[in-house]
Design a protein. Structure first.
Length: 289
């Protein structure tokens, strides 16, 4: 006789962690990645339904961080009052599928799915985000760049649950922009995507830059050398020159049905330049663009 999968719907985080310590479970929140991945196969895994964990919903502030609960949906993030540094994340939220998907899909689910083309990853990398992982043994905090290990691979242990995404307040400065290139305008997996966050000095020059690129390597990546090269420049022709001179050799794009590696390399150079210009423009001008 075939084994009947277990189903559990804990009402507290402690109860969820106790279940995770007692076996392997498929965690289910929005379900917007879990169900499409099944295709025409039945769900055979034990299911841990997280939808009663209200403690993991919402956005709050701690002494040093802006804390996004793991079950916060993209629609809730869009409705939140966040500083201009989060504009790229808000713009990415509008690209996460349809409105129905944004209403159900969660920030943590997008990260745990670990797709190279996950819309939420580049903006969060540009915000120096870290993930908070909990188990019965305690909690640990990992930079998002360390949590994402490869295509569909993360550092999440079998007994752990992502409970929050933390953005240091020190990184929540300046303005940001997100651009995504796809075969059509909406409901598309990216060919390339970029998040840029800039802080400007009193003379309008770039004091700090954070540039992250997705869909052009097994995991989204920050471009540290380009960030350094942008320091002291103005957003526009001056920043365009720094982008044009950068080799983008940190990236490892692939050939697939959406585009060739060579096309991705050319495209990412252009959208990085545009994203830097947008992030360096006044906020109202960035919205108009």
């Amino acid at each position: 006789m075939s084994r009947v999968p277990r189903y559990a719907r804990p009402s507290t985080v402690a109860e969820a962690l106790a279940l995770l310590a007692d076996g392997r479970w498929r965690c289910l929140a929005g379900g917007t990645d879990v169900y499409p991945a099944l295709g025409d196969r039945p769900l055979a895994d034990d299911v841990l339904d997280l939808n009663d964990l209200e403690a993991l919903c919402g956005i709050a502030e701690s002494d040093g961080d802006i804390v996004i609960g793991a079950r916060t949906t993209w629609s809730a993030l869009l409705a939140a009052d966040l500083p201009p540094a989060f504009d790229a994340l808000r713009q990415a939220a509008r690209e996460v599928g349809s409105v129905q998907i944004q209403n159900a899909g969660t920030v943590a689910g997008n990260l745990c799915n670990a797709s190279p083309a996950a819309d939420g990853v580049p903006p969060l990398l540009a915000l120096d985000a870290a993930v908070e992982l909990a188990s019965q043994a305690g909690t640990r905090r990992l930079p998002l760049a360390d949590f994402l290990r490869g295509n569909r691979e993360t550092a999440l242990a079998g007994d752990e649950l992502m409970v929050a995404v933390r953005v240091p307040k020190a990184a929540a400065r300046g303005r940001s922009a997100f651009l995504k290139l796809g075969a059509r305008r909406y409901l598309v997996i990216a060919i390339a995507m970029v998040a840029a966050r800039l802080t400007l000095d009193g003379a309008g020059r770039i004091a700090e830059a954070a540039i992250a690129v997705g869909a052009c390597s097994p995991v989204a990546r920050r471009l540290a050398r380009l960030e350094t090269a942008l320091a002291g420049r103005t957003a526009g022709a001056d920043s365009d020159a720094a982008v044009a001179a950068h080799p983008f050799d940190e990236l490892a794009p692939i050939d697939d049905v959406r585009g060739t590696a060579d096309y991705r390399r050319a495209a990412v150079r252009e959208i990085v330049a545009r994203a830097v210009r947008l992030a360096g423009a006044p906020r109202d001008a960035g919205k108009a663009a």
